[in-house]
Design a protein around this ligand. Structure first.
Ligand SMILES: [Zn+2]
Length: 253
């Protein structure tokens, strides 16, 4: 008897994954969420907010990537989900959030921004609207400008910056690894203000050269307003600290 092996079934990707509050990363993320709510978002202190990964967002035609979204949970879900009911779900682009090159401040700014979208629905008298089941009614607040002025005051003009940063990371991830030549790397580093002696570059491992190159490529694309930490071996190898302005200023809008 012959056994036919079925071809491996292609499974449909799931675009949204709930981040469990008791998972390792969940503990840190919900702690940050609580901290931000306590500090800046009094209004929604009683709202139940879920965090979820979004894994399938694609850049738009201009290369801008969506990094987060705040969604109000509708009446149906609120009703059916029973005990576990949430008032809001904040979706976060997983690849971005977990990229080691993204800084804590950038993650904070993103989450804080999404939290600013979460608001209580008010009546004409300015009181919270309560639904027939006794629950506070919520709404999703729109941006006042392209960015909420509160967020801009706390983190600067981070949103546009972060989108540029995220698409630069996307491109760096998509690039296949190739040999990193010494002279070319030296030139790339000079272009972003890090002058490193050729001998120092020669002493680096291939991984160190690749890390330095990725840093230089991304740094070149970023507005100077974005902090993007230089790898330690690059900092250590710099001749003095010739802070030449990177030539990426044209990206600032
Ligand atoms: Zn927004």
């Amino acid at each position: 008897m012959t056994t036919k092996t079925k071809p491996a079934r292609k499974l449909k990707p799931v675009s949204v994954r709930f981040i469990k509050p008791d998972s390792e990363i969940g503990q840190r993320m919900y702690a940050l969420l609580r901290e931000l709510v306590l500090r800046y978002h009094d209004e929604i202190a009683d709202a139940k907010i879920a965090l979820a990964w979004q894994t399938t967002w694609q850049p738009d035609v201009d290369g801008r990537v969506t990094l987060g979204q705040c969604k109000k949970v509708g009446d149906l879900e609120r009703e059916v989900a029973d005990l576990h009911a949430f008032d809001f779900v904040i979706l976060l682009q997983q690849e971005f959030w977990q990229d080691p090159r993204v800084t804590e401040t950038q993650r904070r700014a993103l989450l804080d921004h999404e939290l600013t979208h979460a608001a209580v629905k008010l009546d004409e008298a300015g009181d919270a609207v309560i639904d027939e089941c006794g629950r506070v009614a919520y709404r999703v607040r729109k941006h006042d400008l392209e960015e909420f002025s509160d967020i801009a005051a706390r983190y600067g003009c981070w949103k546009r910056d972060l989108e540029v940063f995220a698409s630069a990371l996307d491109r760096a991830r998509a690039k296949p690894p190739s040999w990193v030549g010494y002279t070319r790397l030296r030139e790339q580093l000079i272009a972003v203000g890090a002058t490193i002696p050729l001998d120092t570059i020669r002493s680096w491992s291939e991984t160190e050269r690749r890390t330095a190159q990725t840093w230089a490529e991304i740094r070149l694309e970023l507005p100077t307003s974005i902090d993007f930490d230089c790898p330690a071996h690059v900092t250590a190898g710099r001749e003095g600290h010739d802070d030449v302005e990177p030539s990426a200023e044209t990206h600032a809008s």
